[in-house]
Design a binder for this molecule. Sequence first.
Ligand code: COA
Length: 351
Amino acid sequence: MRTKIAGIGHYVPERVVKNSELTKYMDTTNEWIIERTGIEERRYAEKHKETPSSMGAKAARIAIERAGIQKEDVDFIIFATLSPDYYFPGCGVLMQRELGITNKEAGALDIRNQCSGFVYGLSIADQFIKTGMYKNILLVGAEMHSMGLDFSDEGRGVTVIFGDGAGAVVLQPTEKEGQGILTTCLHADGTHAEELAMINPGSHGGFHLGTEKYGYPDPSVPGGVFVTQKMIDDNLLSPNMSGQLVFKTAIVKFPEVIKEALGNCGLTTQDIDIFVPHQANLRISQFVQKLLRLPDEKVVNNIQKYGNTTAASIPIALSEAWEQGKVKEGDLVCLAAFGSGFTWGSALIKW
Ligand code: COA
């Protein structure tokens, strides 16, 4: 028994934010952003109205309908995000409530694997389905980056890259010969955990990291301090990224993990019909495409329109490609992701 994607959908907020709008808030240019990242515009959710779980629910409704099931048939939820509605509980239960999936108290699991969250989620779902534990798993990747970005000049290296949105799939068992998830490969290396991260607020208390650097001026405060004035004053409540380290590592790990997946199945890059990379940066995807010698028509890129939507990027890109008729029955679909952690992974799916 294998696992198939029975239904797929995505949702992106209405508000389009072009590069020219960002130039009003920070010292950047349309040319710089396009040249370095390929991004022309991204979407921002409606603040105080939309959230990752509400966007996830919108994508999920489409995936559920396309899978031809009722919401009550969902027996497990996996939600991948790095920008959750709450510190806790996770988005899985919030989306479950919003969707009204209350009949059989389906389990809900949140995973925090950033850009590779969807690939990790797919692998988890695959194991549950193959063991026969669940029959309809709803896997969602959703992000609302716009809420946590730094719109000052200091944040420009990170802020211009990220956008909001959600993607969802329904996973089911299949016994059809050759169909379904053929393999998934998951990897992580925490050596550079802080090089692409949002460290505050958190429970680290400066431990590992140097109290001063991360805004903990007084380690003697009883019970610790979650958010300090110094964090606010020193602008330490937004993500940071060592862009060049991320770039250099990503262009090694992407091809490595794709070749590992192909090797597991006795396949080669020529067998790939459609490659959906995590939309990290157009230059990273183009580099990987060239290395794998894949023609343009086999590679899905939509970062130009949506920016990097982290855990949502693969399901949004796959859903769009499917809607455009680019993913057909029998196609070998290759997914690959790399991101914060660092974590990375790949999946091969016979559609
Ligand atoms: N607009 C204008 N200038 C900017 C800018 C912006 N938005 N962001 C940074 N700069 C400036 C820097 O301050 C620096 O100026 P300086 O030379 O005067 O110091 C200059 O541009 C070059 O910065 P650098 O960080 O070396 O640029 P880069 O060529 O490495 O490009 C990234 C930056 C982030 C686009 C690039 O490193 C990258 O794509 N990394 C991978 C990021 C990624 O994929 N992240 C998601 C992972 S899942």
